[in-house]
Design a protein around this ligand. Structure first.
Ligand code: MRU
Length: 344
């Protein structure tokens, strides 16, 4: 079964908060359960959040029995919009669903419901194809005997297909180009240790877990020759929001002269924003930092900061692996060219 699946008007979501120790599915009968799963990061990763949002809106439509489906769904969409603010894929999915709704407002509620579900399925299939394309474009630029470092989880658990950055890792392994992968544990919620570790183990890819503060050490020892990470939002000039800690890795990479790539589908680009400083960075509950796997790790009196993402300026990025090919700086003109091609 996939990480997200639609069956008989129920949305099944693999509960990633329990991985790698339990593989449990949440059964969502109501859209509020989908919002809860996104907020609590039972489903996470930018493309997967987008797909869950699309299905959540379709679920809300299908379960609605009232007389004003348009107003109701607009309200539902604004609830999704505030569930997790950084990954732009969520807004990409909302816009796609809103367009279907607005372009078919004169149809009967039952026809609207069918069209919304079809659109959610289309978004899911497109994300799978994008993930496949990123994996092969990325494998091309990976050097022979690659020793890749990656951060957070960007694999099948975060996307619908093989992944973005981790999709490239998997493909490079298939092509015989990969020697080893170093993956960070990714505090506070351990997406690296729990989720990337789980995926690499399943694929039997040679890999080593490091704590987040070992990145400088492994680079100084020459253990890494390329870094590939994912993205939650990429601006027009190429500034990139990704899991907290990415910026720190990008600075280190530049000091050590190691290529630093972002891998992301075009649905993770926000063409309405030029500068990274305008990306809203989600601030999560400080309890996530004050605890580890549900256990308190410090005194009750201690306070903690918990931004879920940071912004890496375009100047620190070697290239961006997209589903339309790999782009290099200056990014803006290439991003606009892809947009133009897509809208043809
Ligand atoms: O907070 P998360 O786990 O949703 O953050 C995930 C990341 O930062 C990923 O790198 C990003 O969403 C890309 S996933 C293909």
């Amino acid at each position: 079964m996939n990480i997200i699946e639609w069956k008989n008007n129920v949305l099944y979501i693999l509960d990633q908060s329990k991985l790698p120790f339990k593989e449990d599915y949440i059964l969502c009968f109501k859209y509020q359960q989908v919002i809860d799963a996104i907020k609590k990061m039972k489903i996470r990763g930018a493309p997967a959040i987008g797909v869950a949002t699309a299905y959540g809106i379709a679920l809300a439509a299908i379960k609605y029995t009232g007389s004003n489906i348009l107003d109701y769904l607009n309200e539902v969409m604004s609830e999704f919009a505030i569930s997790r603010p950084t990954a732009v894929n969520l807004f990409f999915a909302i816009n796609r669903m809103a367009n279907i709704l607005n372009n078919n407002r004169n149809l009967s509620p039952s026809d609207i419901k069918i069209l919304l579900l079809e659109e959610a399925k289309r978004i899911e299939n497109e994300e799978r194809e994008k993930s496949d394309a990123i994996s092969s474009y990325g494998a091309e630029i990976v050097p022979e005997k690659a020793r890749i470092l990656t951060h957070c989880n960007t694999g099948s658990l975060a996307t619908i297909g093989p992944g973005t950055a981790l999709g490239v890792v998997k493909e490079a392994w298939k092509w015989g180009k990969l020697e080893h992968v170093y993956f960070t544990e990714t505090r506070p919620l351990l997406q690296g240790a729990r989720l990337t570790g789980w995926e690499l183990y399943k694929e039997k890819i040679p890999s080593t877990l490091i704590t987040d503060n070992m990145v400088g050490y492994v680079m100084s020892k020459g253990l890494v020759n390329i870094v590939i990470v994912g993205a939650d939002r990429i601006t027009l000039r190429g500034d990139t929001a990704n899991k907290i800690g990415t910026y720190m890795i990008a600075v280190l990479v530049n000091y050590h002269n190691i290529p630093f790539y972002i891998a992301a589908p075009f649905s993770s680009f926000d063409l309405n924003i030029e500068n990274g400083s305008d990306i809203p960075v989600e601030e999560r509950d400080s309890e996530e930092v004050l605890t580890c796997m549900g256990k308190k790790i410090t005194l009750d009196e201690i306070k903690a900061l918990n931004p879920a993402f940071d912004i890496t300026p375009a100047e620190l990025i070697t290239g961006i692996i997209t589903d339309k090919g790999v782009i290099y700086p200056p990014f803006k003109e290439k991003i606009l060219k892809i947009k133009e091609e897509i809208s043809k």
